[in-house]
Structures are given as structure tokens and as C-alpha cells.
Design a protein around this ligand. Structure first.
Ligand SMILES: NC(=O)c1ccc[n+]([C@@H]2O[C@H](COP(=O)([O-])OP(=O)(O)OC[C@H]3O[C@@H](n4cnc5c(N)ncnc54)[C@H](OP(=O)(O)O)[C@@H]3O)[C@@H](O)[C@H]2O)c1
Length: 307
């Protein structure tokens, strides 16, 4: 597996359909722009139609004739996930589902999703678990599911018995747990695909530390955060990178023809750099964690993953 993969020179994705959750802002926006630039048809699944319209206009200015669509998705409501999955399935066959959307800090206090689960893990992980379950039958035989992991999993040790913060809630702890869960899910999916002899792939990507302040300017998109956030990003972002480069690991996971089921891509210098293969923390790679997470998610979503 080459470290010299060039994110600025993608193979053609003409005829491929990719779904990007949270594709109307941040890393998701740049993931859409780069994949559309390589010829993919892209479905943006996100809450705000206004932000999605702006994102699609911005992509079309740079990629004339780009085939784009928006489907409304709120990961904090399983009803919304079910409705979105039905609409997205109309675009089948899907060649990649990029589960990008994410809340870093849902709230300083422990809030619940519409279905009664802690919001950070409920949205970042459980919503995507349900979406993937429902869209799996629409995924092409060479299709890929890409999850967005995070280095926060290296900073906060997993307490699998308190994944849902029933005992203790701290915003960043809950965020890191949501990313442990995303990584655990994608790696468990990879194991199950291999065991079933299924040709589809489950992959992970993480963007290091990516900010709007250092990204290529996209009016109304990269400048949407409050001024205070942008100033904070600008002051601290020198060790990181722009969200345009933050999209590279996800884009590689979708487009690299040599990618192998279960791979994880991240920036070469941990927080920034070209997209290269990396490794997850051992706790989220544990098959015991993956199996327990899977059955817990099936029971919370009242779904059964077809694997
Ligand atoms: N930036 C980093 O340095 C960094 C580091 C590690 C991992 N990550 C991960 O990378 C991903 C993208 O991060 P980002 O920095 O680009 O975040 P961002 O700029 O805050 O964008 C988040 C995206 O998620 C969508 N979203 C939020 N809540 C949603 C919900 N309930 N339902 C559907 N969509 C929702 C937002 O759109 P709407 O609000 O319109 O729905 C938006 O498009 C996340 O998974 C994040 O955890 C980022």
C-alpha cells in the first residue's frame, strides 16, 4: 500500500454514486467537492436544506455539471434516518456511503436524541449504524462504507460500560466515546464482511486536526462559524490543516482502488498531511467490543443488520 497516493489526482469516479452525511459543511463539504470533481454523483445527507443548497452551488461553480442531490437527514432521530434511507435508496446502486456528519460537543449537559439516547453517541454512532443497516442492501457489490474516526480515541480511554454516559457525562469524553464506537462498528463490519465472503468494504478515515481557518475559502461555508470560533481556529490551527485537506483521508477511502477491507486512513503527520494508512487504538479494534456494540446498537435501533 503506497504512501504516495495523490489526493489531487484522483482516479475517475464517473458512474459512481457516493452518499456523504454532513456534506453541506466542513470536511463533508470538501469531500463532496473533491469526489464530484472526479466525476462521482454525490448525495448530500444533512439537516439544513439551506446549507445544502449553498454547498451544491459552491461545488457546481468549481465542477460545472456536477450531479448533486440533497436528502434531509437528522441523525438525532431514527424516524428521520428511516425516511432519509428510503429516499437515498432511490439512488441505488450506491458505491460508497461516507458517514461523515458529527457533532463534536453536543452540549455541556447530557442531552438525549428523539429516541432517548445520549446525543453525541446517539448521533455520531447510532444514527449512522441505523443508516448503514438500512442502506446496506442498496450498496453495490464493490461498495464501501467509510466511517469518520478521530484521534480523540487516543486521548480518552474507552469505558465500554459507560459508553452512553449514564454514570458520568463530560462533553469531550462523550465525543471520544462516540468515535470509539464509530471505529468499533466499522472494524466489526469489516470482520463480518470478510467472514461472509462479501466483496463490499468497511473503511475508516480521520482528518487529524482540520479547521475552516486554514481551508481554501468557500464563501458562506468556511466562514459560517461564529467569529470567536474562527479566531480560535486561526490561532491554534498552525499544527493542523484546512478542512479541504482534512477531507483527503475520506476521499482516499472512497477512491483508492488498492484499498483493502478494514483499512484506516489518516494524515501522514497525525494532525496534518497527505492521507496514509494508519492504525486505530487497540480498544476500538477489539472484537469483543465490536460484537457487544453491534448487538446493543441493533437492539436500540430495533433493526437487524443483514450480516
Ligand atoms: N475537524 C476535525 O479536526 C476533526 C477531527 C477528528 C474527527 N472529525 C470528524 O470529522 C467529521 C466532520 O467534522 P467537521 O469538522 O467537518 O464538522 P463540522 O464542520 O461541524 O460539520 C459537521 C457536519 O455534520 C452535520 N451534522 C451535524 N449534526 C447532524 C445531525 N444531527 N444530523 C445530520 N447531520 C448533522 C452538519 O450539518 P447540519 O448541521 O446541516 O446537519 C455538518 O454538515 C465529524 O464526524 C468529526 O467528528 C473532525
Amino acid at each position: 500500500m503506497s504512501d504516495a497516493w495523490d489526493p489531487r489526482n484522483l482516479p475517475s469516479l464517473a458512474g459512481r454514486t457516493v452518499v456523504v452525511t454532513g456534506g453541506n459543511a466542513g470536511i463533508g463539504y470538501f469531500t463532496v467537492e473533491q469526489l464530484a470533481g472526479a466525476g462521482a454523483r454525490v448525495v448530500i445527507a444533512a439537516r439544513s436544506a439551506e446549507k445544502a443548497e449553498l454547498a451544491m452551488r459552491s461545488v457546481r461553480e468549481r465542477v460545472p455539471g456536477a450531479e448533486l442531490a440533497h436528502v434531509r437527514l437528522d441523525l438525532l432521530s431514527l424516524d428521520s434516518v428511516r425516511e432519509a434511507a428510503e429516499r437515498i435508496a432511490e439512488f441505488r446502486p450506491l458505491h460508497a456511503l461516507v458517514n461523515n456528519a458529527g457533532l463534536v460537543i453536543a452540549s455541556r449537559t447530557r442531552l438525549l436524541t428523539a429516541d432517548g439516547f445520549e446525543q453525541t453517541v446517539g448521533g455520531n454512532f447510532l444514527g449512522h449504524f441505523a443508516l448503514t443497516t438500512l442502506l446496506f442492501p442498496a450498496l453495490a457489490p464493490d461498495g464501501r462504507v467509510v466511517g469518520l474516526g478521530s484521534d480523540s480515541t487516543r486521548m480518552v480511554r474507552l469505558d465500554a460500560d459507560d459508553l452512553w454516559s449514564d454514570r458520568t457525562y463530560k462533553p469531550f469524553r462523550a465525543y471520544a466515546f462516540s468515535k470509539h464506537a464509530v471505529q468499533g462498528f466499522q472494524l466489526e463490519l469489516a470482520r463480518r464482511l470478510t467472514a461472509a465472503g462479501d466483496s463490499r468494504m468497511s473503511l475508516l478515515a480521520h482528518p487529524g486536526w482540520s479547521t475552516n481557518a486554514y481551508a481554501a475559502k468557500r464563501p458562506g461555508i468556511t466562514d459560517r462559524d461564529p467569529l470567536g470560533v474562527r479566531v480560535g481556529e486561526a490561532l491554534s490551527g498552525w499544527v493542523g490543516q484546512g478542512k479541504d485537506h482534512g477531507a483527503w483521508p475520506s476521499v482516499r477511502a472512497v477512491a483508492d482502488l488498492d484499498a483493502v477491507n478494514g483499512m484506516y486512513f489518516g494524515p501522514s503527520r497525525m494532525l496534518a498531511g497527505r492521507p496514509v494508512p494508519t492504525t486505530p487504538v487497540a480498544s476500538s479494534a477489539s472484537s469483543a467490543f465490536g460484537a457487544a456494540l453491534w448487538s446493543d446498537a441493533e437492539s436500540r435501533t430495533a433493526t437487524r443488520f443483514p450480516l
